[in-house]
Design a protein around this ligand. Structure first.
Ligand code: ADP
Length: 176
């Protein structure tokens, strides 16, 4: 087990809009104009200035990431990434989800975020199978952290005990 690496991740059951970190990641849609689930919660908590800024960004393709300020959130930044909609597994979903994590880390490095919080991207309304998505999330995080020294802590913010337990279970395989 790589202890130093494992110490740089934390899995918790919480509301991501309350996280006091440099940046939170939003599971957005391609319009970047807000939506349901975690996206709606982030827009409500950040206030209407967030929408005013994301309007100027002009959308984001699936698998990519963009960033904005956090406005009324405790987090200074919001990294908006668009996860794939699950449609059976033959439409490049795994690669696109991995790419969300890669591009979110890249954005975090660009804005100098040392602490970062992710929701479980694509596993809500977009129906990506949970265990498969969690494996991708943790594997991508491990590979990024192995080559990076700028990020001190990555939080996986789980909504509900099912998601929390799955992250705990998969992290034992990936990080130990
Ligand atoms: P997607 O469209 O990418 O599937 P959803 O927002 O529907 O995004 O779901 C992604 C995950 O975010 C789900 O596990 C959902 O329960 C969770 N979620 C919803 N609200 C919050 C919140 N306030 N904080 C953290 N996670 C949340």
């Amino acid at each position: 087990m790589d202890k130093a690496l494992k110490d740089r991740i934390e899995i918790l059951e919480a509301d991501i809009t309350k996280m006091e970190v440099d940046a939170i990641v939003n599971a957005a849609n391609t319009s970047l104009l807000g939506g349901g689930g975690v996206d709606g919660a982030i827009h409500r908590a950040a206030g209407s200035e967030l929408l005013a800024e994301t309007r100027t960004i002009g959308g984001c393709p699936t698998g990519e990431a963009r960033f904005s300020k956090g406005y009324r959130l405790p987090a200074k930044w919001v990294i908006h990434t668009v996860g794939p909609i699950w449609s059976g597994g033959n439409r490049d979903e795994d690669r696109l989800l991995a790419s969300c994590y890669k591009n979110s880390f890249k954005a975090a490095a660009e804005i100098g975020a040392a602490t970062l919080a992710f929701p479980s991207i694509s596993t809500g309304a977009y129906r990506f199978p949970l265990e498969r998505a969690v494996n991708i999330a943790l594997t991508e995080t491990k590979s990024f952290l192995q080559t990076d020294e700028s990020i001190n802590k990555v939080f996986f913010v789980c909504f509900g005990s099912e998601v929390y337990e799955k992250y705990q279970e998969v992290s034992k395989e990936v990080f130990e």
